[in-house]
Ligand binder design. Structure first.
Ligand code: XIL
Length: 373
């Protein structure tokens, strides 16, 4: 009689070991305290329809970003109509899991309805009209989630590759201070929220230096800016690690927090014409580059894993404040349809069936190594 509890205990311990071996520890349990680990959720996930995707997000991450539903076209489709339902559910979901909730994005030139950039009564769009729209949009959206959305991507993609300000309706109608105005309105609406500038290709020195100058200029005006976010939609061997290293070092040296806000790795061959191609060209590029329709070859799987380990080592070296993956599994990645629709891509840590890929183990290992475990 005295032996059965011991046997039971041994059996329980064995079972625990077996199930622990089957299910790796949450990524967030391996990270340093100062790093937030995030993931972008689709609406299907934040609405609770993609339960499997949501379960992965809840287990492994402590921050979420809304992939689309806080963009202007989604949340404020018409001048007098806001659609807050999906965003409310997203914010509540994050809070119920104790996650840091990110708001993406307040000002962008894409996914913004045409009415925002249309002049009154058929006239040319003028500064005061657009500024008033911007102020009311930011005040309403940030104000609604005051104290609940912890950080905002305030301005997205304001820079050209050469470091000049991108020629968008924002710049043309308002002038260069539109960036400062957006930060000012956001801070007024929620003084406690972290505010970020977000862009891509910041590993390119001219663009990175321009982002640093832009943010230093904002801070010099007394505005709050907490971080510079590099989107990090990267390839398996491009950009070079040295360029990523140098960019993170430069951002940190400027005294601003560096964030990785939209991480994924395109494993398909990149055609230099893929970005602006017309439909016929896109079809040709799809035929030539959709090279793994039936699964990722083990060698590429390993290459992807090494790449993730390498970039994570750099993120940890430079103390980045947050790393957010742009999607949960390969099945729902935007890269299956962008920039070429209808391909099978493999950019994330979970495969199409929600199983951890070797890249998952590689990231876990990089985190463990950093922690000295
Ligand atoms: C993408 C989404 O992932 C897609 O679902 C949507 O169709 C287009 O936008 N940079 C950004 C993100 O800042 O908002 C974009 O997200 C990807 C590029």
């Amino acid at each position: 009689m005295t032996r059965s509890p011991t046997l039971l205990a041994v059996a329980a311990a064995l079972l625990a070991t077996v199930s622990a071996a089957a299910e790796p520890p949450p990524l967030k349990s391996l990270k340093p305290g100062g790093l937030r680990l995030g993931v972008a959720l689709s609406r299907a996930q934040s609405d609770g329809r993609d339960e499997a995707g949501l379960a992965i997000a809840a287990r492994h991450f402590d921050s979420i970003t809304a992939e689309n539903l806080l963009k202007w076209e989604a949340v404020h489709p018409e001048p007098d109509r806001y659609d807050f339902g999906p965003a409310d559910r997203y914010v509540e979901l994050g809070r119920s899991h104790g996650m840091f909730v990110v708001g993406h994005v307040l000002l962008w030139h894409q996914q913004t309805p045409a009415w925002v950039f249309a002049g009154e009564g058929g006239k040319k769009l003028d500064r005061e009209t657009l500024l008033a729209r911007l102020r009311s949009h930011i005040t309403t959206v940030v104000g609604r989630y005051r104290g609940r959305i912890g950080g905002w991507d305030v301005v997205n993609e304001a820079l050209e590759e050469d470091g000049t300000l991108r020629r968008t309706p924002w710049l043309e109608a308002i002038g260069e201070d539109y960036v400062a105005k957006a930060f000012e309105f956001a801070h007024q609406a929620d003084p406690a929220a972290e505010l970020h500038y977000n862009d891509y290709n910041l590993w390119k020195p001219a663009k990175r230096d321009a982002a640093v100058r832009l943010v230093q200029g904002l801070k010099a005006k007394g505005l709050r800016v907490d971080g510079i976010g590099e989107q990090a939609h990267w390839g398996v061997d491009d950009p070079p690690l040295e360029a990523i290293d140098a960019a993170l070092a430069a951002i940190r040296a400027s005294g601003t927090n560096a964030l990785i806000t939209e991480l994924d790795m395109d494993v398909l061959p990149r055609d230099p014409d893929q970005w602006g191609a017309d439909l016929a060209k896109k079809a040709r590029i799809r035929a030539a580059t959709n090279v793994y329709p039936d699964g990722l070859p083990p060698a590429v799987q390993e290459q992807l894993a090494r790449r993730y380990a390498d970039v994570f080592t750099l993120f940890l070296k430079h103390d980045v404040g947050r790393v957010t993956f742009w999607g949960v599994t390969d099945a729902t990645s935007w890269l299956d349809d962008f920039p070429i629709p209808g391909r099978v891509n493999y950019p994330l840590l979970w495969d199409r069936d929600g199983r951890e890929k070797p890249a998952f183990a590689a990231v876990a290992e990089a985190l463990r190594k950093h922690a000295g475990r």
